[in-house]
Design a protein around this ligand. Structure first.
Ligand code: ATP
Ligand code: PAF
Ligand code: BAL
Length: 282
């Protein structure tokens, strides 16, 4: 596995791969890797000859300085996991390498970012779109792999690819969970024992809400029941719970036959902010 730290090094590596007819897969991450990330690497390995994993805690997508400061960083452990998973090159740039000048770029994803993560984390998707665009330009992958745990992020990135005509395919992979249902997340490392014990509630609430959607319970009642269930646990401070159209991400007042519904939530547990979602056919 090659370790690349410069933008020009990444460009040269993937250009060489393309010229020799290889298919290039890109897996963007912020590190502190777990089975959710490794699944993306394995999917890329199945489809592609070269698997580039980027590991960069991107400052421009953090709206909360403390969250950025405390974000888990374990690059040596990450590198150990990546090679056996099939990564052929690891891109670990510095902030100065990715942002030689303070970025002034501004994206506007309209309604897609006016809800949920976009509404609650001002500037978040601008930072994601900025860094993902840079990675796409530098690596020029044939395919790029993202997790459905960040459902809204996948929608924003698909829009980015369409708007900027990036010549690549986005592959969205399912959410990998712990045995008790908690979605794997790098931030889980920051949960203390009590918060970790309370955390499976998030997925339980989503599962119960999904059953209600299948039973035809109206969105407002599903939302109210989920909020009430979350409020039962003193260690959980809910931020939002949405019943939304899975494609447009707009909150639903009623279901539309043939369109999938996504149930999304964000909640704080002992100072750690987690998100999760499930998709249901209404
Ligand atoms: N449990 C998971 N299952 C599937 N994909 C995941 C999972 N967790 C993260 N991913 C995906 O891995 C990629 C990198 O995510 P990231 O490095 O932010 O990890 P993370 O675990 O989501 O961290 P955090 O949620 O704490 O930011 C993203 O495309 C993300 O959706
Ligand atoms: C896509 C990404 C690596 C961009 O920094 C990040 O938002 C993430 O880890 O999901
Ligand atoms: N997985 C999304 C990255 C973030 O929380 O900033």
């Amino acid at each position: 596995m090659q370790i690349l730290t410069t933008a020009t090094g990444l460009q040269a590596y993937t250009e060489q791969a393309r010229q020799t007819g290889k298919r290039v897969g890109l897996v963007p991450t912020m590190g502190a890797l777990h089975a959710g990330h490794l699944q993306l690497v394995q999917a890329a390995r199945t489809d592609c000859d070269e698997v580039i994993v980027s590991l960069f805690v991107n400052p421009t997508q953090f709206n909360n300085a403390e969250d950025f400061r405390l974000y888990p960083r374990v690059p040596e452990a990450d590198a150990v996991l990546l090679e056996p998973a099939g990564c052929t090159a690891l891109f670990v740039p510095s902030v100065a390498e990715m942002y030689p000048l303070p970025t002034v770029l501004r994206f506007d994803f309209g309604a897609l970012e006016q809800v949920m993560e976009g509404a609650h984390r001002p500037g978040h998707f601008n930072g994601v779109a900025t860094v993902v665009s840079k990675l796409f330009h530098l690596a020029r992958p044939h395919r790029a792999y993202f997790g459905q745990k960040d459902w809204q992020q996948v929608a924003v990135i698909r829009q980015l690819v369409a708007d900027l005509s990036f010549d690549l395919e986005i592959v969205a992979c399912p959410t990998i969970r712990e045995a008790d249902g908690l979605a794997m997340s790098s931030r889980n490392l920051r949960l203390d024992a009590a918060a970790r014990a309370a955390a499976p509630l998030l997925h339980r609430v989503l599962t119960e809400a999904a059953a209600q959607v299948r039973d035809g319970v109206m969105p407002a009642q599903v939302r109210a029941a989920a909020e009430a269930a979350l409020a039962q646990e003193p260690l959980v401070t809910p931020e939002y719970f949405e019943v939304a159209d899975a494609q447009t991400l707009q909150p639903l007042a009623q279901y539309v036959t043939g369109r999938n519904v996504v149930l999304c939530l964000a909640a704080h547990l002992g100072g750690v902010r987690l998100i999760d979602n499930v998709v249901v056919a209404a």
